[in-house]
Design a protein around this ligand. Structure first.
Ligand SMILES: [Zn+2]
Length: 603
């Protein structure tokens, strides 16, 4: 009896669930003033009341973003189109009663920040990141959604998105909230270029570049060829492409001075905004290779900490050193392998990574896993008060990439490679889409190397710890020499200035300026008794000194003159130089090492 009742109850619930649907109608009657009009209609809801809400975070953006602030004129309507009450229960949450499972909310969205995180509605161009644009219904996260975009007439605009197309023009669907929120939309004068690549299973995958830029068909074609090369080189790392949903991956790209710089990964697309005039050059490619690598690493090789993504708050993960940092490393490596950068370029990039690891206070203070947790504050998070990040935090992007670099070099010295490791992670957690933990990543390293002690040690010291690496012998394998960039030169610390030697950022612990008591907003007046007015004055003065010299510093702090003694130091900055530039030998073994590391893997 009980069982029978339960079955009936289950059937009723299932029926209700299958009939639930959310429909969006998106139009742009006032795009001149950056407004969109959005209507959300729910049918088949079993609930008496529903909460319509704006998101507070966005996939791939880990800090809190108050998207609800740009929504107004919120009204609710019944099936006859008559206005019914709507109760605002939080800044971004609206409660509405249903009638016969129906509820409708209409609102105006203000959108004037075209990038991958927010939204931009303008008479020239439209791009919508869904969490910044669409209200969703808390009780119906699993319900399918349909979105009808009413494109402005007479402009010849088209639309591009990873949402699933329907038979109706400009009407798309998403299976649930997670996919809907993950699907940005670009509307405008788009030049679309397509190419197909065969996947390992012999199925064709379609790639599209939907480009909004001041260029012609041939400029777009040439640029698409470059992006294609990036896709092929990325595929070679893993030995296959992900099986993109609906068989297609889309690069949405607006390269125009009016956009805000951003690149945002999604499951089957990326939204790229580069605030420059389009010139088709290789300088534009870095963000494309980074974002495309994400279609494996973070979209499918997914940390448990981000699964499922929470749209109501910031999303903390200890794995961003891997999800972002390793992607950062590969973004650079793929550009080199595809022939878009030179050995000198990549050596400069690696110099930056080594300095991040060895010479930033954050990386000397906390582990990559701990640095990852800071994303909830720093990932485009907004604060008005000052922080001590310069002394406490190093970005998990370059920090994680410095770990990837070290691990790649170490694995290559063991006749393996980071590619082999990534392929193993892909096979175990990516293809299967089983969300991973950091100890899972350690386990894969153990399997790939067959060296349990090494995997344990590496994760303990460098992922969950912050010990220093000795990169020098690793780089020597590739005929690259790591050396001090400013050997023997006297240094105050890496100071940046506003106006006339007013210190613009927190001084860094351990540097001469910090030790002497100077801090942000202090103005340097005299060094060693001599008046200084500019950075070049300081530079000139320092050439007469060497590390270890003690000199006086006179400065102004909140209007008061101060005098202190400062012990000059040597700038610890390292630089990586190809041996040939230093007239050092580059052996056949070094050339072979470089080739297997930095040359194309596309067969
Ligand atoms: Zn990224």
């Amino acid at each position: 009896m009980t069982r029978l009742l339960n079955t009936i109850a289950l059937l009723v619930t299932m029926h209700a669930a299958s009939a639930q649907k959310i429909s969006y109608d998106v139009s742009f009657p006032n795009m001149v003033h950056h407004e969109a009009s959005i209507e959300v209609t729910v049918t088949g809801a079993p609930q008496k009341q529903l909460l319509f809400r704006m998101s507070r975070s966005s996939p791939g953006r880990y800090a809190t973003h108050e998207f609800g602030k740009n929504v107004y004129d919120v009204i609710a309507l019944d099936q006859a189109g008559k206005q019914v009450p709507v109760e605002r229960v939080d800044g971004d949450v609206y409660r509405v009663n249903t009638a016969d499972g129906f509820a409708k909310v209409r609102y105006t969205l203000y959108a004037n920040h075209p990038d991958g995180t927010y939204a931009g509605v303008d008479q020239n161009s439209i791009q919508l990141n869904m969490p910044a644009s669409l209200m969703w219904v808390k009780e119906l996260e699993k319900a399918p959604a349909e979105v009808n975009f009413r494109l402005p007439e007479g402009k010849g605009w088209t639309i591009a998105t990873q949402l699933k197309p329907t038979e109706k023009a400009n009407v798309f669907t998403a299976p649930d909230l997670q996919y809907l929120m993950d699907s940005p939309v670009k509307i405008g004068k788009l030049i679309v270029k397509k190419w197909s690549l065969k996947n390992k299973d012999n199925k064709n995958l379609d790639f599209r570049l939907a480009l909004e830029a001041d260029t012609d068909q041939s400029g777009a074609t040439q640029f698409a060829h470059k992006i294609q090369k990036i896709t092929e080189e990325s595929g070679a790392v893993f030995g296959e492409f992900p099986s993109f949903d609906y068989g297609q991956y889309t690069f949405l790209a607006s390269i125009n001075p009016y956009v805000k710089g951003d690149g945002m990964e999604h499951r089957n697309s990326t939204m790229i905004a580069l605030p420059v005039k389009f010139d088709g050059s290789n300088n534009l490619l870095g963000v494309f290779s980074h974002e495309f690598f994400h279609s494996w690493n973070v979209e499918r090789i997914r940390p448990k900490s981000l699964e499922p993504f929470n749209y109501e708050k910031s999303n903390m993960s200890q794995a961003l050193w891997f999800a972002e940092g390793f992607t950062q490393y590969y973004g650079e490596l793929i550009l080199k392998r595809a022939g878009f950068t030179t050995l000198e370029d990549i050596a400069r990039t690696f110099s930056g990574l080594v300095n991040t690891k060895e010479n930033t206070p954050g990386a000397r203070r906390v582990s990559p896993a701990e640095a990852s947790c800071m994303a909830v504050f720093v990932d485009a998070g907004v604060a008005v008060d000052k922080t001590n990040y310069p002394n406490t935090y190093t970005s998990y992007y370059p920090y994680g990439a410095s770990i990837a670099l070290a691990l790649d070099l170490e694995l290559m010295s063991r006749k393996l490679s980071l590619d082999a490791y990534m392929r193993a992670v892909w096979a175990q957690y990516g293809q299967t889409e089983i969300a991973y933990t950091i100890s899972d990543l350690q386990q894969v390293l153990e399997t790939v190397t067959g060296d349990k002690a090494f995997a344990l040690d590496f994760f303990k010291k460098y992922v969950n710890g912050h010990e220093s690496f000795d990169y020098t012998p690793w780089f020597q394998n590739a005929g690259l020499t790591l050396k001090k960039e400013f050997e023997g030169q006297a240094w105050l610390g890496n100071l940046r200035y506003n106006g006339e030697l007013v210190i613009a950022a927190n001084t860094i612990k351990g540097t001469p300026a910090y030790q002497a008591g100077l801090d942000i907003d202090d103005q340097i007046l005299k060094l060693d008794g001599k008046s200084v007015k500019s950075e070049s004055d300081i530079k000139t003065l320092l050439t007469g000194h060497k590390p270890g010299d003690e000199i006086s510093v006179e400065y102004e702090h909140r209007g008061e003159p101060k005098l202190a003694m400062m012990k000059l130091a040597e700038n610890p900055r390292l630089v990586l130089v190809p041996n040939e530039k230093l007239n050092l030998p580059v052996t056949d073994a070094m050339q072979a090492f470089r080739k297997s590391w930095l040359d194309s893997k596309v067969r």
